[in-house]
Design a protein around this ligand. Structure first.
Ligand code: KIV
Length: 274
């Protein structure tokens, strides 16, 4: 069944946990979609796990459109959410709406995600007014790492924790249909989840959220990055390494390809060739 923004809101009402994974290409999106996931996020984590950047700040609208288009071709049932990259919504409300519109119109995203609380309320309202569903993102928002001084757990102090609860309510009022909570204490995530009527989606925010999101390469041991909040659900990294090493060995020692992997031609034709 096709998942929509309404399915997200219904899931919170029924207390059913929501599942989200990232994807960045057609084949992976198709595979993840076939597993019954609720949403696929083309995250700007793209910059780190696919493009090899140190952080997400270098990711552009062109990158996001290119990869979201590819993912969209592989998705049938999951809700497709695309991240708005750094500087695509910070300059002006007009640019925010135009860039959100490009992700929908050119790349076939069904919703966009952007980072921030009270400071992005006007952008969220304007994008929602343009009939584009928006997912919020609070806590360790990677586009703010230079302000945070690195990738650090957020909301541990009283004022910061209060601000996150307030931000969640402010962006809910602005119209977001869900909020990603990244790297905040578990008990604070529970407070935020209770304070809003839209689903919270945790990543490093504990089990009390209404759903979870992970970068698919991290949870399959494909990125070589396993922070505290990631579990390796399968060791695809080792399976791939083993397969690739076997391929290298067999090509070198002549055991691949065999006649089973080769095409035939009539020997008379071959004999007539110089
Ligand atoms: O960019 C991303 O992949 C994200 C998730 C980690 C939530 O924003």
């Amino acid at each position: 069944m096709k998942k929509t923004v309404s399915s997200f809101l219904e899931a919170k009402a029924k207390q059913e946990k929501l599942t989200i994974l990232t994807a960045y290409d057609f084949s992976t999106a198709k595979l993840i979609d076939s597993c019954g996931i609720d949403a696929i996020l083309v995250g700007d984590s793209l910059g780190m796990v696919c493009l090899g950047y140190e952080n997400t700040l270098s990711v552009t609208m062109a990158d996001m459109i290119h990869h979201t288009k590819a993912v969209a071709r592989g998705v049938k049932e999951a809700l497709l959410i695309a991240d708005m990259p750094f500087m695509s919504y910070q300059v002006s409300i007009e640019e925010a709406v135009r860039n959100a519109g490009r992700l929908v119109q050119e790349a076939n995203a069904e919703a966009v995600k952007l980072e921030g609380g009270a400071t992005v309320v006007d952008e969220i309202k304007a994008i929602v007014r343009a009939q584009i569903p928006v997912m919020g993102h609070l806590g360790l928002t990677p586009q703010s790492i230079n302000m945070f001084g690195g990738f650090k757990v957020q909301g541990r102090e009283l004022e910061a924790a209060k601000r996150l609860i307030d931000d969640a309510k402010r962006i809910e009022d602005a119209g977001v249909f869900g909020i990603v909570l990244e790297c905040i204490p578990e008990a604070l995530a529970v407070k935020i989840t209770e304070a809003v009527s839209i689903p919270t989606i945790g990543i490093g925010a504990g089990a009390g959220c209404d759903g979870q999101v992970l970068v698919y390469l991290d949870m399959l041991n494909l990125s070589g990055f396993t922070p505290k909040f990631v579990k390796n659900f399968a060791d695809a990294g080792s399976v791939m390494k083993e397969g690739i090493t076997k391929y290298v060995t067999e090509v070198r020692n002549g055991t691949f390809p065999t006649s089973e992997h080769s095409f035939k031609i009539n020997a008379e034709i071959i004999d007539k060739l110089y």
